[in-house]
Structures are given as structure tokens and as C-alpha cells.
Design a binder for this molecule. Structure first.
Ligand code: GLA
Length: 381
């Protein structure tokens, strides 16, 4: 990326580079904004950004993958640029820094990487994290890891306008190689849970259905969860978020909830318990139990939370029927994107043929398979 920087903006010193990985969520879906638990791991696809400071207040950004450049001045208010949506993740982080009382420095930057966009592997959070890290390296500011994750979330929520949770930037920042990350999205306490896969691999399958969070049903789900909390809380004042509720409590309020809101809440409460149980299964090295929890998660996301789609359901079903698969589920925000599968290493080629081949024939879509070991979190060089 340093070469791309020089090519775009000429030679210069003081170059810093940040690499921020994407993530796949193993389990704990749609729990982060309900203050619950998630269990993602970083993947070995990432966004890399090289940057160097400028003496004036200009910012120039080159997107290697889009083959585009933007330039703006920090003397002006930072506003989204509808003509270059990719640049809004970078602008958003600089905006959020300014909101936090830290004036970012002018810089030239170039970025690109291996992480596909719109696949649900968190390319936007990775770009935000890379931006935050180069900005911090160029002009240091006081923010610890949770603070940086919040900064990126703030950029995405309030500048880009996507009301996502804390999981994606947190996973990109805090992941550890060989481990899954158990994150408590209320306290932001986290634990690196060893992911000893032995003869198995984490296989991520892109359905070829483009997932788009912006303008999707995501915000509707958030509202439905809030609606559920409001009802639960009247009877159980200790319930501040769905993470505090039990299924028994939910059932006792069923008559006051619409059938839809009831199902949404049921997913979140059960999924939160599954995330915790999965961490336990992984600590015990029990992949079979973990696989069953993944399966149950998919059913719940499909039927109760209604964030799957027919193509992804087919992909999961084919996977479940394939040899050597311990568990399969939709991962990420939903409505397309990827599945995550736990597959025996010696069955991966069969998986490719049976699952991807059959899926392609039946849908006319082109699925893609990524195998990734649990990777390290973001770093600056
Ligand atoms: C998207 C959001 C995350 C999380 C997931 C669902 O990926 O960015 O914050 O809410 O959906 O688990």
C-alpha cells in the first residue's frame, strides 16, 4: 500500500500502515445491539491503509480497488460525499474524532485489500478501524481499544447512517490469532476463547446475494427489540435490554406483544444463551455441541428473526446434508451475504463440489468459499 500511496500522491516520508481484518461471527447474531454476547473471529481478509501526514489541513484519499480519489479540507465541516460512498467511512472516522474533541491531522492515504465489500464480512468496519489507527499513529490521541471501537461505531451510526452494533469494529480491533472473541456488548469486557478446530475448518460461503444493511430491515429489527423491552420492563423493571430477559419472562408477557415482536425477542434471548453456551463448548473443545448450536441459531434467525432469504436457506440446507459438516448458519446482518460452516478438513473438497456446485445450479448464482483460520486483530506498522 505504501507504493500505491507514492504512486497516487508522489514520494514522501513518515508513512504509517494499518491492517484491519474483517470478521465472521461464529454465533451471537443480532445480540450486540441488545447488549448481549457475540462470538466472532477475525479472518485473514483485510483492509490495508498507508498514510502520511501533511503540513496543511488537506486530506487526500485513494481507493486502490475503486480506482478513485477524493480530496477535502479539514478547515471545512465534514459531510458525507454521495458521489464516493466508500470515502464516507474514512470521513466518518475523522468526523467522529473531531466530535470527540480531537482534531485530526491532514494526510494523504491509500487503501485497498482483500476483503470483499457488501459480503457481510465487515469491510466497512475494517476500513473505519484502519482509518482510526493511521489517524492515531499520525497524531496520537487518548483512546483505548473499546474507545476506538466506539469511535468507529459512532462514525458508522451517525455519519454513514447505518445503525450497526459494536461487534464489527470491536472484533477487528481485539481479535487474537487462534481464538474466537467472546464480547459482552454491554460492559465491553472480552475474552479470547481458544478455537481449537483440530480436523475441522471454518468455511465461509458467500451466497452471491448482495447484502445491503443500508436501508434494509435492520433498523426495523432494532425497533422491534426496543418495543419488546418496553413491554417486558413494565413487569420486570430490571430488564434494561433483551440481554437481561429470560424466555420465561418473555412468555409471561406474550399476550401484550404482537406475534412478530414476540418472535423477534425470542430469537435474541435464545441466541444470547447460545453464544454463551458456544463459548463454553469451545473451551471444552466440544465442536459437535458447538455445531448443534450453530444449526439452532440458523433456524432461529430464519423463523423467528426473519433475516435469512431463500438462497441462504438453501445454502445452509445443502451444507447440512453434506458429509463432515458439524454446523451451518447465516452470519452477519442477514438478507443475503455469507454462511459460516464448521467442516471436516478432509471434506472441504466434497463440500465445494456438493454444496457450492448444487447451489450454483439451483440458483444461477456464483457462490464463493473462503477458508480462514482465526486471525489476529488490527495492527499498525
Ligand atoms: C451487522 C452489524 C453488527 C451486528 C450484526 C448482526 O453485521 O454490523 O453490529 O448487529 O449485523 O449480528
Amino acid at each position: 500500500m505504501a507504493d500505491a500511496l507514492t504512486k497516487a500522491f508522489g514520494p514522501g516520508g513518515g508513512v504509517v500502515t494499518a491492517v484491519a481484518p474483517g470478521r465472521v461471527n461464529l454465533i451471537g447474531e443480532h445480540t450486540d445491539y441488545n447488549e448481549g454476547f457475540v462470538l466472532p473471529m477475525a479472518i485473514d481478509l483485510s483492509v490495508e491503509m498507508a498514510a502520511r501526514p501533511r503540513t496543511d489541513r488537506q486530506v487526500r484519499i485513494r481507493s486502490v480497488d475503486f480506482g478513485e480519489e477524493v480530496a477535502f479540507s479539514l478547515t471545512d465541516a465534514l459531510v458525507p460525499d454521495p458521489a464516493h460512498p466508500w470515502s464516507n467511512y474514512v470521513r466518518g472516522v475523522l468526523w467522529a474524532l473531531r466530535e470527540a474533541g480531537t482534531e485530526p491531522a491532514g494526510m494523504d492515504a491509500a487503501f485497498g485489500g482483500t476483503l470483499p465489500q457488501g459480503a457481510g464480512l465487515s469491510s466497512s468496519a475494517a476500513l473505519e478501524v484502519a482509518t482510526a489507527l493511521v489517524a492515531k499513529a499520525i497524531r496520537p490521541f487518548e483512546l483505548d481499544l473499546p474507545g476506538l471501537a466506539r469511535l468507529c461505531q459512532h462514525a458508522e451510526n451517525d455519519f454513514v447512517g447505518v445503525k450497526c452494533g459494536i461487534m464489527d469494529p470491536f472484533a477487528s480491533l481485539a481479535a487474537r490469532a487462534g481464538h474466537a472473541l467472546l464480547l459482552d456488548c454491554r460492559s465491553l469486557d472480552y475474552e479470547h476463547v481458544p478455537l481449537e478446530l483440530g480436523e475441522h475448518v471454518v468455511a465461509i460461503c458467500h451466497s452471491g446475494v448482495r447484502h445491503a444493511l443500508v436501508g434494509s430491515e435492520y433498523n426495523v429489527r432494532r425497533r422491534q427489540c426496543a418495543e419488546g423491552v418496553e413491554v417486558l420492563r413494565r413487569r420486570f423493571p430490571a430488564v434494561r435490554a433483551l440481554r437481561d430477559a429470560t424466555l420465561e419472562q418473555l412468555e409471561s408477557c406474550a399476550s401484550e406483544l404482537s406475534a412478530e415482536v414476540h418472535r423477534r425477542c425470542r430469537h435474541v434471548i435464545a441466541e444470547n444463551a447460545r453464544a454463551l453456551e458456544s463459548a463454553e463448548a469451545l473451551r471444552a473443545g466440544d465442536l459437535v455441541r458447538f455445531g448443534r448450536l450453530m444449526d439452532a441459531s440458523h433456524v432461529s434467525l430464519r423463523d423467528d428473526y426473519a433475516v435469512s432469504c431463500p438462497e441462504v436457506d438453501l445454502l445452509v440446507e445443502l451444507s447440512r446434508r453434506s458429509r463432515g459438516v458439524l454446523g451451518a448458519r447465516i452470519t452477519g446482518g442477514g438478507f443475503g451475504g455469507c454462511t459460516v460452516n464448521l467442516v471436516a478438513r478432509d471434506a472441504v473438497e466434497a463440500f465445494r463440489g456438493d454444496v457450492l456446485g448444487e447451489y450454483g445450479r439451483r440458483t444461477g448464482l456464483t457462490p464463493r468459499l473462503f477458508l480462514s483460520a482465526p486471525g489476529p486483530g488490527a495492527a499498525t506498522h
